[in-house]
Design a protein around this ligand. Structure first.
Ligand SMILES: [Mn+2]
Length: 273
């Protein structure tokens, strides 16, 4: 797909993060389809694209994961501006911040100026872990549990698929029912928005907590692009600078269906049923 000739791309910017290539939970096939139909001027990779932590534990790298990297490199080659902000799971790449590799700009964080002039702080989000103050033990249990839940979710998804049901995430379903998870998310959102507000910016764009969302926090717009482990979501900016969330799970959500950027809502994004 060539994006340069013909009419201007439909979207100005697309933000994705928490892809976790090299991790079993990664929904690489959906992402691949999403990237192959992407009609945008710029793509921002907001961290945890490759899961180096998981790769250190188990060698897992199916062909689709290489295809995702290839697709991103091809987009850059074809003229899309691609910016990569490494996260904590791909922290090793932070050493490369400030450089450009294969046409991809690598940054620790940066300020995104939207089409309407609004300025957003873009960063992965692990910077706010300390502010969220969840104990180390809880965090370790959380990560182990998350792996198990994702595994169980894949089993269920396999059965659902066989019976013709669409994409569904067990982890998302569980999180929406656990008050502690909601509190954690709320604290994170406030910490991120506060940081942007402190710098006189209009908003913050991040990932990290695998919870897509757009909400106003005391006059600062908090935007989280979600992930490609549970939600298969992206944050998109249209040509007027309006931000919205999209999910792409192949079932019925074509990127084209996104044209009028959906009205933002503070509620967690529903997955395609
Ligand atoms: Mn992260």
């Amino acid at each position: 797909m060539k994006s340069a000739p013909g009419p201007a791309p439909r979207l100005r910017t697309v933000f994705i993060s928490d892809v976790h290539l090299g991790f079993r939970g990664c929904q690489a096939e959906y992402l691949l389809k999403f990237l192959n139909t992407l009609d945008a001027e710029q793509l921002v990779l907001v961290g945890d694209i490759v899961d180096l932590w998981s790769l250190q534990r188990v060698a897992f790298w199916p062909a689709a994961h290489t295809d995702v990297l290839r697709a991103i490199l091809r987009l850059a080659r074809e003229g899309m501006r691609v910016v990569y902000v490494p996260g904590n799971h791909d922290e090793g790449f932070r050493e490369l911040c400030g450089s450009e590799i294969s046409g991809i700009e690598i940054r620790r964080d940066f300020i995104h100026v939207a089409a309407d002039g609004k300025r957003y702080l873009v960063l992965h989000g692990d910077d706010f872990d300390h502010a969220v103050k969840f104990s180390g033990v809880l965090k370790a249990t959380g990560e182990w549990l998350y792996d198990v839940i994702l595994w169980a979710g894949r089993m269920i998804q396999g059965v659902r698929h066989r019976f013709g049901f669409g994409y569904w995430s067990l982890a998302t379903w569980i999180k929406s029912r656990v008050p502690d998870a909601r509190r954690y998310i709320d604290r994170f959102e406030r910490a991120a928005a506060y940081e942007a507000g402190r710098h006189g910016l209009d908003g913050v764009i991040c990932g990290h907590i695998h919870q897509p969302g757009i909400r106003d926090v005391d006059g600062v717009l908090y935007c989280n692009d979600g992930d490609w482990v549970e939600h298969c979501s992206a944050l998109v900016e249209d040509r007027n600078g309006q931000l919205g969330l999209v999910t792409f799970t192949g079932a019925q959500t074509e990127l084209n269906a996104v044209a009028p950027v959906p009205q933002v809502s503070p509620a967690p994004l529903g997955v395609a049923a």
